[in-house]
Structures are given as structure tokens and as C-alpha cells.
Design a protein around this ligand. Structure first.
Ligand code: HEC
Ligand code: HEC
Length: 343
């Protein structure tokens, strides 16, 4: 009996698809498509660490202290966590970051969730590893404005750090390299927890509301979000112009001459996304409803616009289902303890 039901629904959906190019308007959800799509979003069991910087508890603990320590900045007043603040889902809640001397940065502060899986870093992909990235903001005048020739000396003058580095890096002690390795190791431990969506994927039908299931179906079909926000972390780790009204060159700064990289930015994760408004590299969209409206309209038509960006023809109800779905990607809040600073 069950099997017949499923087939009937699938048939009905297929018929509707002919008219509406999507199963979303079917009054019943196509269960077999849902089950098929779910398999693409299963969480990985282990966090990957690179061979040249394997995980140790000592390194991660030291990296956490460094991440929260304002003494890494030129003014001794700004830490990584000033901008990547766990209370704002590891962002800062601002449209554009604010750095050294209260100067505004050109782009919004991205979250550091789930970067252990990231392929390239920054909105424009200009760094390849977390180790390489960690030194960037310390040295950047607009961010932490640290003189990199003095940072090793400054940390070495703090006995607590000398001890912690000697334990975490017995043969190396405090160097630019070990500072970066410790911070990167800590960052890789910042992983989003189990969200209602994950419980649904694992088989608990009651874990998310019906509207969210419809939103998930749209996400994978008519709305085509999956073209870029794919896999358990909802990103293809690639760069696209989604047609926002901003003249930032994006990835074209790294790959000049590649037409499709103009105004192209890294696809962000959608994990815990409803905690991180305002959205986009320029913070220009204030809530998830505005994001969905943007995609529904299709973005600014220009040569660099991604081929996967088209007006979607979503009804207001369908727009709200997509928002309801994204809200199920938020894991229950786990308090982050602030480490005591070494003295
Ligand atoms: C003044 C605010 C500010 C401070 C301080 C800061 N960041 Fe950032 N961070 C940003 C902004 C803004 C970007 C995006 C810049 C861009 O793409 O051009 C960014 C990007 C990143 C990224 C890339 C994320 C991704 O998804 O690709 C990582 C990782 C990161 N920061 C880690 C750190 C670490 C580690 C520190 C401390 C050593 C730090 N940040 C200090 C604002 C800040
Ligand atoms: C062509 C690839 C592509 C498609 C299709 C796409 N996205 Fe995106 N998405 C991106 C990129 C790239 C960004 C960042 C753009 C920027 O900041 O300039 C982004 C940003 C977002 C953000 C904001 C994330 C943040 O941290 O600021 C949300 C939410 C989002 N997308 C949801 C969706 C939904 C829902 C759909 C389907 C209706 C969708 N996306 C379709 C590539 C895509």
C-alpha cells in the first residue's frame, strides 16, 4: 500500500513538473526524490587535519588562546575574536568589518565555521590554507596592524606563552610558523553541531516542519540553490557572481581576465545561517527573506553573472518555505568559553 502511495505521488509530481518545471507546487512531496536528495547532505564523521599540521589538544588549546588574545594586534586591543565573535556565529553582526583605528573594512566578516573543509579562503579565495591565512589579518594595517617582526618577541616575553608553545611545539617554540599552526588547528575544531535538519536526514520525520521539507525540495529543484550550496556544508567551495549591485571585483582580483570571476565571491556555508545577518560579502541583504527575494528576481544581468542565476518564478509561499528550510540548519547553541590569557 505504502509503495503505491509513493508511486502515485511521484507520478503526480512528474505530471506537474511538465507544467511548472518543478515538484514544488505538488500538494504532496515526492518522497523518493526527498530520500535521494537527503543522501547528499549526510554529515562527515571526522574533521580533516592536514598532514603537516596534525591535531593535538595542546595545539588547539594554545590556538584558542591566541585567537582570543588582543595582544596579537598592534594596538593590543583587537583579537581575531573581535571580528570572528562566537556570540555572532563567529562573525561580527556588521555589514562591513571594523578594524584597527575603527576603520571600516571593504567586506563583511565571514564566519569561521567548518573551515576545516574549505578549499580556498577569503571572499576572493586569495589564501590556500588556514595556516597561511592566519598571518594575514595580524599584519594587515586595516585589521590588526601588528608589526610581524616584533610579534615573536612580544609573545616570548610572556612566560605563560613560552611554556604553552614548548609543550605544543617541543622542537620549535614560538615562531611565526607555530603561531599560525596553532591558530589554524583551533579554527579546524570550530564545527557546527547537529541541527534539526541533520536529525531529519538521519530519519526523524518529526525533526523539521512540513514547510521546511518543501523548502528543501525547492532548494534541490525549482530554486536550484543546490547548484552552488551543495553537500553537508552547503557550499561548492567555488566562486560565482550572483548579481549583487556592488562594484567589488571579487575573485577577478586574483584571476584577472576571467570574465565569470568578475563580481564572483566564495559560496558561503549555510550552516547556522539565520544567526549571521546581514548577508553577502557587502552585508547588503538584511534577512533571509531578502536573500530569497534576490534569487527569485535573478540578480543583475551582466556577462559575469553565473549561468545558474535565472529568475525563479517562486510564489510568496515557496519563498517562505526556503526560509523555513534554512532555519532548520541551525544547531542548538553551545556556549563557547573564553580562555584565560597567559601571563
Ligand atoms: C577587523 C576584523 C577582523 C579581524 C581582527 C580578523 N578578521 Fe578574519 N576576516 C575579516 C574579514 C572582513 C574577512 C574577509 C576579507 C576578505 O575576504 O577580503 C576575514 C576572513 C577570514 C577568514 C576566511 C574565511 C573564509 O570563509 O574564507 C579566516 C579563516 C579568518 N578571517 C581568520 C582570522 C584570524 C585567525 C584572525 C586573527 C589572527 C582574524 N581573522 C582577524 C575580518 C577580521
Ligand atoms: C550561482 C551559485 C549560487 C546559487 C544558484 C545560489 N547561491 Fe547562495 N550564494 C552564492 C554565493 C557566491 C554567495 C555569496 C555572494 C556574495 O557575497 O557576493 C551566496 C550567498 C548566499 C547567502 C548568504 C550567505 C552569507 O553568509 O552571507 C544565502 C543565505 C544564500 N546564498 C542562499 C541561497 C539560496 C536559498 C539559494 C537558492 C534560492 C541560493 N543561495 C542560490 C552562490 C549561489
Amino acid at each position: 500500500m505504502k509503495l503505491i502511495d509513493v508511486r502515485a505521488v511521484a507520478f503526480c509530481a512528474a505530471m506537474l513538473a511538465v507544467f511548472s518545471a518543478g515538484i514544488s507546487s505538488a500538494s504532496q512531496l515526492d518522497k523518493s526524490s526527498l530520500e535521494q536528495w537527503k543522501t547528499d547532505y549526510v554529515r562527515p564523521g571526522l574533521v580533516p587535519f592536514p598532514e603537516d599540521n596534525p591535531y593535538t589538544v595542546e595545539k588547539a588549546d594554545l590556538g584558542k588562546k591566541l585567537f582570543f588574545d588582543p595582544r596579537l594586534s598592534g594596538s593590543n586591543a583587537i583579537s581575531c575574536a573581535s571580528c570572528h565573535n562566537p556570540a555572532f556565529s563567529w562573525g561580527d553582526g556588521l555589514a562591513k568589518g571594523v578594524g584597527h583605528g575603527s576603520r571600516q573594512l571593504g567586506r563583511r566578516t565571514p564566519t569561521i565555521w567548518n573551515l576545516a573543509w574549505a578549499e580556498l579562503l577569503m571572499w576572493d579565495g586569495r589564501f590556500e590554507t588556514l595556516e597561511e591565512q592566519a598571518l594575514g589579518p595580524m599584519a594587515a594595517d586595516v585589521e590588526m596592524a601588528q608589526d610581524m617582526s616584533t610579534i615573536v618577541g612580544e609573545l616570548s616575553a610572556i612566560p605563560g606563552y613560552r611554556a604553552l608553545f614548548n609543550i605544543a611545539f617541543p622542537d620549535e617554540g614560538i615562531t611565526i610558523d607555530t603561531i599560525a599552526k596553532a591558530i589554524a588547528t583551533y579554527e579546524r575544531t570550530v564545527v557546527t553541531g547537529i541541527a534539526p535538519f541533520d536529525r531529519w536526514v538521519a530519519g526523524d520525520e518529526t525533526a523539521i516542519p512540513e514547510e521546511a521539507k518543501r523548502g528543501f525540495a525547492l532548494f534541490n529543484s525549482k530554486a536550484n540553490c543546490v547548484a552552488c550550496h551543495s553537500g553537508w556544508n552547503f557550499t561548492d567551495d567555488s566562486f560565482h557572481d550572483i548579481g549583487l549591485n556592488d562594484d567589488d571585483p571579487g575573485r577577478a582580483a586574483e584571476l584577472p581576465g576571467v570574465e565569470k570571476m568578475r563580481h564572483a565571491f566564495k559560496t558561503p556555508t549555510l550552516r547556522n545561517i539565520d544567526l549571521r545577518a546581514p548577508f553577502m560579502h557587502d552585508g547588503s541583504l538584511t534577512d533571509l527573506a531578502a536573500v530569497v527575494r534576490h534569487y527569485n528576481a535573478g540578480g543583475i544581468q551582466r556577462p559575469s553573472l553565473s549561468d545558474d542565476m535565472k529568475p525563479l518564478g517562486l510564489t510568496p509561499a515557496e519563498e517562505s518555505y526556503l526560509v523555513a528550510f534554512m532555519e532548520t540548519l541551525t544547531s542548538p547553541e553551545e556556549p563557547v568559553s573564553i580562555p584565560l590569557m597567559p601571563r
